[in-house]
Design a binder for this molecule. Structure first.
Ligand SMILES: [Zn+2]
Length: 395
């Protein structure tokens, strides 16, 4: 069935705004975008709406949603991780699933149609894949002790084979301080073998920099306390980004956070900024978005998890990005929230042009005359007024 959607304004994210036009959709795909005329079996009149691509949440951990409001920013990042682990282990399957569903509903209500989620437990893959998002599910992998590297990589390969037919999988070595060089290189090989994307938390904190540059700081103590440290480990003595570059594992990697990337920005090809999580931790160093965009590096937006955010509402994320990034325009922030996310995750969404999937959100226009790019940033707004995923309208 073909569907014509009349709109007042369309922010395509791949050209100038189009006013008073129509979109034709068929089989879940955008067929044409035109200012006038077009035949379709059904018509949807949204001529009082601004439409744009659905948001792409480029970094989340839905499996941690049940930890919402149970954690607060600790004195050190290492102690926040230390607080998180026992709370996460104590969650029942039922609590975890309830959290996942509530988190997904909150994202959808605020316009998220696509998702890159870090999944620590492969048991959750099918449930998260079935939530209705266009998704990349990154298998979150941890292992700092070299002797376990091969066994962990084998487990990851088993999961890749078992879920390749029904999930769009990626691999996420957790962070430079929690994954050994040996395991990282094996995961990089697996990503190449199975055509998967890689993603990692990179240069998130000064504690990570201290760990990799000097072999000291609270993250060392955390690993030792948990008997997860590698006694034969040699301090890389460089920045986390240069360290991964020296392992030749940063190609095709979506690097998340990068608050302390400093002068190493050209080592990454794609990054994700998590505005509210960054704010929640009270970070003073943040990802140098302006510098990266100017260098042609695509930066997307992510919510991170409810362990370091008070909501998964994506409209709040774009507003926080607007607040934290005074030198980045709202037009650019919307590109980060849509097109750049789709591009860095290799998903056919994030912009509205023929051949893209029909993942579209809309905002009812209350007053004329404002800059169209300002509309989604309305401080009162909690939800989108129109939500279509894969050509299907959700109410
Ligand atoms: Zn994260």
């Amino acid at each position: 069935m073909s569907l014509k959607i009349k709109f007042r304004v369309l922010l395509t994210q791949c050209g100038e705004p189009i006013e008073n036009g129509e979109l034709i959709i068929e089989g879940g795909e955008i067929v044409t975008v035109s200012p006038v005329g077009g035949e379709a079996e059904e018509t949807l009149d949204l001529s009082d709406h601004l439409l744009m691509p659905g948001f792409v949440n480029a970094h989340s951990h839905l499996g941690l949603s049940a930890l919402g409001k149970k954690l607060s920013p600790a004195k050190t990042f290492a102690s926040w991780i230390g607080d998180l682990i026992p709370l996460n282990v104590a969650l029942s399957d039922e609590e975890r699933m309830r959290g996942i569903r509530m988190g997904a509903d909150e994202m959808k209500a605020s316009g998220v149609t696509a998702l890159a989620d870090y999944v620590a437990d492969p048991v959750l893959l099918d449930s998260i894949s079935d939530l209705g998002f266009r998704s990349v599910l990154f298998l979150e992998t941890i292992g700092f002790q070299e002797e376990r590297a091969e066994a962990i990589a084998e487990e990851v390969e088993v999961v890749l084979k078992a879920h390749a037919s029904n999930c769009n999988l990626g691999i996420a070595p957790h962070a430079p301080y929690s994954v050994s060089a040996k395991l990282w290189q094996r995961l990089d090989q697996l990503a190449k073998k199975y055509g998967c994307l890689l993603s990692t938390h990179l240069a998130e904190t000064d504690e990570e920099v201290l760990f990799i540059e000097r072999g000291s700081g609270p993250l060392i103590d955390l690993l030792k306390d948990r008997q997860a440290f590698e006694m034969s480990w040699r301090v890389p003595g460089t920045t986390p980004t240069r360290y991964l570059k020296s392992l030749d594992v940063l190609n095709e990697t979506v690097a998340v956070h990068c608050n302390f990337i400093g002068d190493d920005i050209d080592a990454v090809q794609a990054a994700v900024f998590c505005p509210k999580s960054t704010h929640w931790f009270g970070r003073t160093h943040i990802l140098p978005v302006r510098k990266m965009l100017d260098a042609g590096i695509r930066v997307a937006l992510g919510t991170d998890s409810l362990a370091s955010n008070d909501s998964l509402n994506f409209l709040e994320e774009i507003r926080m990005a607007d607040k934290l990034l005074p030198d980045v325009s709202r037009k650019e922030i919307l590109a980060m929230a849509t097109r750049f996310g789709g591009e860095i995750l290799n998903l056919p969404c994030g912009k509205i042009e023929s051949g893209q999937k029909a993942d579209i959100i809309g905002f009812r226009i209350a007053s004329q005359g404002e800059d169209w790019y300002d509309m989604p940033f309305d401080p009162q707004r909690k939800k989108v007024d129109f939500y279509m995923a894969d050509g299907k309208v959700r109410t």
